[in-house]
Design a binder for this molecule. Structure first.
Ligand SMILES: [Zn+2]
Length: 73
């Protein structure tokens, strides 16, 4: 038990990506400099480049929300 607590405190102290992994646990990778996420979870991304891309993303997100509402798991 003591060992596990020591590990948890150490992990709390240093910043971690924290994105949800496929296992459902938080990602323990180090974030990219100046980012909140590691390179595997969008830390390399600088976001959508143009308004057209932002609009496309919005539409796809909206379509996904509607699909999930119509067919809940
Ligand atoms: Zn990550």
């Amino acid at each position: 038990m003591e060992k596990a607590e020591g590990l948890a405190t150490r992990l709390d102290r240093c910043r971690r990506c924290g994105a949800k992994t496929r296992k459902g646990s938080p990602c323990q990778c180090k974030p990219e400099p100046g980012q909140d996420r590691c390179k595997l979870h969008g830390g390399k991304s600088t976001g959508p480049k143009t308004e057209a891309i932002r609009e496309s993303n919005r539409r796809r997100a909206q379509a996904r929300r509607e699909a999930l509402q119509l067919a809940p798991l």
